[in-house]
Design a protein around this ligand. Structure first.
Ligand SMILES: Cc1ncc(COP(=O)(O)O)c(C=O)c1O
Length: 397
């Protein structure tokens, strides 16, 4: 359905439109480096050279060695490779995860349970911050693996990764971090982070869909999920997607340049803060997740809200999303992964009722946004909320 008003995409945490220079890099790679990088002739060598240049560029942006970069198909695969691949080199033991992990981590954890691993879920507070005392208690008994979501897709909370990593190191547990929502929004040095495995994906930062990466600490043994021709140093079989790798490298470079231009801060932060201030001034709107006013606690481009009507009753977030699209504004209810009816399980884990959880919306910004674009959002939200009549309101199953 096409809206009447000009469209405004505010759903960056679901995915992002590819940046112009990314499309250019991919078009050029498609023309010149289309061959199989394992081939020994000149065509293959050209593809292999571009693949390695892209790998080194990715490594430069994330401050790690090129050999530590494994190209995958995206965040979900990276997470599976991290957890199942690291576990393959270990005797079954304990995996600790937080109570607010992405479904991809939960799926990988379930697979490990089937292989004799014990998965333990650590509690978080109302803002989705990991309970560090619970982590300490859990680490008193040997745990082989820990996995945490660094920046939360649904409520924007950033975990204190340095502290978590140091405690895991001291206890001898390997740490995987799901950095899918963080990469591109804050400078990152894998060399300096106390983590062993780090997952990311290109499509959240204006790169192509279908490629992501896993950073694997040098020397860490990792079993492959996909066997084959020994590509990616035997860690992921399959002819490498050279064109997508070139696109991802360009997207990371653009993200790095944006952060460098602001001394490491995301230029989206002031836009987000201004919009959030305007939205919270409306009655019946509450913020979920971490405090945006303290730097480092919340993703700088992320807003998550609970919305209720004039009489204080939660409205249906999914209905609100549809009405906002009639105003030309694209947002999501909860997270793109939890847009099904019934409300976010993450919000329920944070202590919200099912009706409150079902009234959640997420607004996430990207570099394509101009400050003036955002001025119409509060009024549009107000109009959309008024259109959420009682017949649509949480009466279904
Ligand atoms: C925090 C987080 N982890 C993992 C993923 C999965 O990434 P991908 O869509 O590239 O598989 C997402 C994407 O929605 C995410 O937000």
């Amino acid at each position: 359905v096409q809206p009447q008003a000009p469209s405004l995409y505010l759903d960056a945490c679901a995915t992002t439109p590819p940046a112009g220079p990314v499309l250019e890099a991919m078009a050029s790679a498609q023309a010149s480096a289309w061959a199989n990088p394992s081939s020994l002739h000149g065509f293959g060598l050209e593809a292999a050279e571009l693949l390695e240049r892209s790998r080194l560029s990715v490594a430069g942006q994330l401050d790690c060695d090129g050999e530590e970069v494994v190209f995958t198909s995206g965040g979900s695969e990276s997470i599976h490779l991290a957890l199942l691949g690291a576990a393959a080199a270990l005797a079954p033991g304990r995996l600790l995860i937080s109570a607010v992990e992405h479904p991809a981590t939960l799926a990988a954890a379930r697979q490990l349970e089937g292989r004799g691993w014990r998965v333990e879920t650590l509690p978080v507070d109302r803002q989705a911050r990991l309970d560090l005392e619970a982590l300490d208690r859990a680490l008193r008994t040997p745990a082989q693996l820990v996995s945490v979501i660094w920046g939360h897709n649904e409520v924007g909370t950033i975990q204190p990764l340095a502290t978590i990593g140091e405690r895991c190191r001291a206890a001898g547990a390997l740490l995987h971090v799901d950095a899918v929502q963080v990469v591109g929004h804050q400078p990152l040095s894998f060399r300096q982070l106390p983590v062993d495995l780090l997952s990311f994906t290109a499509h959240k930062l204006q790169g192509p869909r279908g490629i992501g990466g896993l950073l694997v600490r040098s020397g860490l043994e990792l079993g492959a999920l996909i066997g084959g021709g020994g590509q990616e140093r035997g860690r992921r079989g399959g002819t490498e997607p050279v064109v997508l790798a070139a696109g991802m490298a360009r997207a990371l470079e653009l993200g790095g340049a944006r952060l460098d231009g602001q001394g490491g801060d995301d230029p989206l932060r002031p836009l987000r803060d201004a919009l959030l201030g305007d939205l919270l001034a409306l009655p019946g709107i509450r913020l979920t997740g971490a405090d945006p006013t303290v730097k480092g606690l919340r993703l700088p481009h992320h807003i998550s809200l609970l919305v209720s009507d004039g009489s204080g009753r939660p409205v249906d977030g999914r209905e609100l999303v549809r009405h906002l699209w009639q105003e030309g504004i694209a947002i999501s209810s909860g997270s793109a992964c939890s847009s099904s009816r019934g409300g976010s399980t993450v919000l329920q884990a944070l202590g919200y009722s099912p009706a409150e959880a079902a009234s959640s919306i997420r607004i996430s910004l990207g570099p394509w946004i101009e400050p003036a674009d955002l001025q119409r959002v509060p009024l549009a939200l107000e109009r959309a909320r008024q259109r959420c009549g009682p017949e649509q309101r949480l009466s279904g199953p």
